[in-house]
Design a protein around this ligand. Structure first.
Ligand code: SER
Length: 598
């Protein structure tokens, strides 16, 4: 079966009665104007406010397929099952159905729609950790569905939150126990290097995780203290590519249709076979597919944020290409792959009108990098002696993997010690992990009260800017954490002291008036007709939430804006004065304001 067919089967299954889910459009892969998160990495990410209890315009049962990008596993890509980019099939119950319906529906989908043999399905449930009890309910539900006890495993790791295990979650973050489903490829034999016993969570490749049922029901209140969320939710996520591989009973997910043409092109241009060069070809196929999605989302390679990730992925793909055949850089391979990816996803997720642009972006970066590579190679060739630091610097500056440098030095009869390099790499990875966690944590997604206040203050600021400076002010970005707000908007010149004072005074006057914040659901067309500021792109016909900040007595509306929320209910909850602490230029014609609540 092809990826398109598995996707359609899943969406239709959850949309059909009695399940009656509503399909929501996929969120952009690159979260526009929200630098708190680099990429959408799971379907639940944009749904956090609704999992917390906000009403979703389309109801309590949602389903979609979400293009997602995760870079934590980048070093694993090259084996038969890891990718950075993937499509995540997701269904959600926002305080509606719970464990019993979810497990039996997913089981029915696997065994009756995909017709996977029951005896090849294994499951795991949460073992409990002292604070949160063992999930015996799920165990008994699986037993009722016919899974024998020998195929059900209790693990401590069966817990899901955006930050991992309970101890790693920041205060205010949601999480819950989960129940995972694994497909067994019985022709893969256990490799003892992964441990004596083989079991579903073993990394030997015999088992492939194909779905994760998260029972999203807890909120971290304090260190070691969890309370129940206002509602019990289901957050299911399943890797579309992996489900397709399971259906095809082939443990190599790069054998599914969406990778086939990419790999054929690599084979054709390099003159090498996939069988002998699978690692290189898998890395190229995965990274280049991811980069096409990034280019389509408007990202170009750079040294910052999403652009940096894109650069890294492209360079790694180029390096793999070089390992296969140095002449690849002079062929049309990279352009052909971009076109192939558009052929596969055009009209589903990719915008055909951006195809030429994506070809250009990727071509330019690969071309640039191939020159850097030849320069780097010349430096390496000239070195007589080499230490771990030099190897690490080469890795950092040119993206040379250890093996490549080792190969060159072996040719010179020199040996390289790997352990010091590995230590440096581990330190570097630890640092970058902290960095990206900081980016994620910084946003409204943390649902802290302070962030909520600053979010409402941002609406007040947006409207005040338009009233004081004029309607040419258009929001360009917003980033909120619990200590400050940041707001980007179009305006040709820097703001004067007087203008800043006037804007602050207008914002604070509304707080003094204790205006009320209300939310109404309406079709996007109606919201726009009413003059609501609509910053994110929405599909026509979709219901959206419009937040009104108004005087309940006079009915006078100060601000109306299309927004997912959440917000304070009354401006008195802001409980302070909004103060602009900095105003500066970010790019031509775009200004940035930082403000706090004092
Ligand atoms: N949020 C869970 C995951 O990303 C399930 O959707 O795996």
């Amino acid at each position: 079966m092809k990826v398109d067919e598995v996707r359609a089967l899943y969406l239709n299954y959850f949309k059909a009665p009695p399940r009656n889910h509503k399909e929501i459009s996929a969120f952009p892969l690159v979260i526009e104007n929200d630098p708190t998160t680099l990429f959408t990495s799971s379907g639940m990410q944009p749904l956090v406010p609704y999992l917390m209890g906000e009403a979703h315009p389309l109801g309590r049962r949602l389903v979609n397929s979400q293009p997602s990008l995760r870079t934590q596993d980048i070093e694993e890509v090259g084996d038969n099952r890891h990718t950075t980019f993937f499509e995540m099939l997701g269904n959600w119950s926002l305080g509606d159905y719970f464990k019993e319906e979810q497990l039996s529906w997913f089981w029915e989908f696997l065994t009756k729609k995909l017709n996977l043999p029951k005896e090849k399905l294994w499951v795991s449930v949460f073992e409990g950790d002292g604070k949160i009890p063992k999930d015996e309910t799920s165990y008994f539900l699986w037993r009722k569905l016919g899974v024998p006890s020998r195929r059900i495993f209790y693990y401590k790791d069966n817990w899901w939150s955006r930050f991992g295990k309970p101890d790693d979650m920041p205060i205010g973050e949601m999480g819950g126990p989960d129940s995972e489903v694994f497909f067994e490829f019985d022709e893969v034999k256990h490799d003892l290097k992964y441990g004596k016993e083989c079991h579903p969570a073993c990394s030997c490749g015999r088992f492939l995780e194909i779905g994760n049922n998260v029972f999203m029901q807890y909120l971290k209140k304090d260190d070691g203290v969890f309370s129940e969320l206002p509602q019990k939710n289901i957050d299911f996520g399943g890797g579309l590519e992996r489900l397709t591989a399971a259906f095809n009973n082939n443990p190599d997910i790069f054998k599914i249709d969406v990778f086939e043409k990419i790999i054929n092109a690599i084979e054709k241009y390099s003159g090498k076979s996939y069988g002998d060069n699978s690692r290189e070809m898998r890395i190229m196929a995965d990274h280049l597919r991811a980069c096409v999605f990034l280019a389509d989302s408007g990202i170009t390679p750079s040294n910052k944020l999403q652009g940096y990730v894109m650069r890294r992925l492209l360079r790694r793909a180029a390096l793999m290409g070089m390992n296969l055949n140095q002449d690849l850089f002079n062929t049309k391979l990279f352009s052909d792959i971009v076109l192939t990816v558009y052929q596969t996803y055009g009209g589903v997720f990719l915008d055909e009108t951006k195809k030429e642009n994506a070809v250009e972006i990727i071509y330019v970066e690969i071309e640039k990098f191939s020159k850097t590579l030849s320069r780097g190679l010349k430096i390496v060739e000239k070195l007589e002696r080499v230490d771990a630091k030099t190897v690490f610097d080469l890795y950092q500056s040119f993206g040379f993997p250890f093996e490549l440098i080792q190969e060159i030095f072996e040719k010179k009869g020199l040996n390289l010690e790997r352990s010091a390099f590995d230590r440096m790499l581990a330190e570097h990875k630890e640092k970058s992990k902290t960095l990206s966690a900081g980016v994620f944590k910084g946003g409204l997604a943390d649902s802290k009260v302070e962030s909520l206040k600053l979010h409402t203050a941002t609406h007040l600021l947006h409207e005040s800017l338009r009233r004081v400076l004029g309607k040419e002010v258009v929001q360009k970005g917003s980033n909120i954490n619990s200590s400050r707000l940041r707001f980007d908007f179009t305006y040709p010149t820097s703001l004067s002291r007087e203008q800043i004072k006037k804007i602050e005074a207008m914002v604070n006057k509304q707080i003094d008036k204790n205006l009320v914040v209300t939310c109404k659901l309406m079709p996007i067309e109606k919201a726009q007709k009413q003059g609501a500021l609509a910053f994110f792109k929405h599909k026509y016909g979709e219901l959206v939430k419009v937040y009104f900040i108004e005087d309940e007595k006079s009915g006078e509306v100060f601000s109306k804006e299309v927004c997912g929320g959440p917000h304070v209910k009354r401006l008195s909850e802001i409980d302070g004065r909004v103060k602009i602490i900095k105003e500066k230029s970010v790019s031509h014609g775009v200004r940035r304001i930082y403000a706090i609540i004092e």
